[in-house]
Structure formats: C-alpha cells, structure tokens
Design a protein around this ligand. Structure first.
Ligand SMILES: [Zn+2]
Length: 201
C-alpha cells in the first residue's frame, strides 16, 4: 500500500520525498487499516457468548453511540451518533456489545443506509427480539467539505424491524426517548437513496 500512496501523492502534485511526507505512506496505510478493520471482525467473536436469558420484555435502549465510518463513494469520513433499541423475547445481549457491533460495520467502506440496516439485521439475527430499531445521524465530509448541498450534509437514516415497524406507539416511544420525533414515518423501506452521500457527484 505504501507505494500506491506515494504514487497518489505524486499524482496530486506533491513531492513524496520531501521531509514532511516521507512517513506519510506508512501512516496513511496504518490509518486505513484501522478504519477498515471491520472487514476482519467476526460478529460471533465480538459477541463472545454475552447473551443472557431474561424474563423481561421492556425496551432496551443504547443511545448516543459515537461512530466513525468512511463513505464508499469518496473515501471520506462520515460520522455521528447511532441509537439502538430492541424489545427482547427471552434473550438480551450485553450492553457493551452493541457499540462493538456498530464498530464492526462502521469500520468499513459504507453508505449510511446500509450501515443502519446491517446493525439492525445483526441484532435481530443474534437475539431474535420482538423488534429492533436503529437510527443513525451523521455528517458527511464528502458533502460538507466539498460544498455539495451543504444543508443536507447531516443525514438521518433508520431501520425499524418487527414491533418498531408495526406499532406506531412503540416507534414513537423510541423516537421520543432519543428526541427524534421527525423520523416518525421512516421505516427501513422508505428512508433510502437520496438522504446521505450521493454517488453521482
Ligand atoms: Zn461520499
């Protein structure tokens, strides 16, 4: 990867051999490896058996999970907060595991909509709850730095599964708890394509 980055610097009009850039290829390679380390992560290893049987059927919420990801269209960061809720049937997952699941999917080249769905689908598959809700709020540097549709560089996506999709009251309760009433009508089917970074630009 080092040689590719050296070539890229030259293509951009830089002198890769000047002092300040000498170690840049190594640093960029290391940073990119970390930012895409989600490809090597295995969900079973991450969860590591932290599933517990409970007699509890109230909503479990983990909100304001910080995440950092890279837009697959421009290789520029998008980042923000992720909010996750689920209603268990008979199993719960260790609370600290949810931010780690978010990391697995955010540390890849992504689009915000897919990231949102992957988090929801993974939690659904692991604990088979009555429902899962995921809301992601993010700023896209590919839009704000380039001045493209500045007003929309903040995007909100959601995935509502099971009771969160079928029951308005449950969905409202979740959105109320994360103070995001504006996504009321959003379900996994509606909030797609035009919201986040646009591939054509
Ligand atoms: Zn982008």
């Amino acid at each position: 990867m080092h040689e590719l980055i050296r070539q890229l610097l030259a293509e951009l009009g830089e002198d890769p051999s000047r002092e300040g850039l000498l170690n840049t290829p190594a640093r960029v390679a290391k940073a990119l490896k970390f930012l895409t380390s989600g490809y090597d992560a295995n969900i079973d290893d991450v969860v590591n058996g932290a599933l517990f049987t409970v007699d509890y059927s109230e909503m479990v919420i983990v909100k304001d999970i910080d995440f950092y990801s890279m837009c697959e269209h421009h290789l520029l960061p998008f980042f923000g907060k992720c909010h996750v809720a689920y209603i268990p049937t008979d199993k719960v997952i260790g609370l600290s595991k949810i931010p780690r699941i978010v990391d697995v999917f955010s540390r890849r080249l992504q689009v915000q909509e897919r990231l949102t769905n992957q988090i929801a689908d993974t939690i659904r598959d692991i604990i088979r709850p009555l429902g899962v809700a995921v809301v992601v709020e993010a700023t896209h540097l590919c839009m704000s730095m380039r001045g493209v549709e500045k007003q929309n560089s903040f995007a909100v996506t959601s995935a509502m599964v099971g009771v969160f999709r079928d029951q308005v009251r449950t969905r409202m309760e979740f959105l109320e708890l994360i103070k995001l009433r504006s996504v009321v009508s959003a379900t996994r089917d509606s909030a797609s394509t035009s919201l986040a970074c646009m591939a054509e630009d």
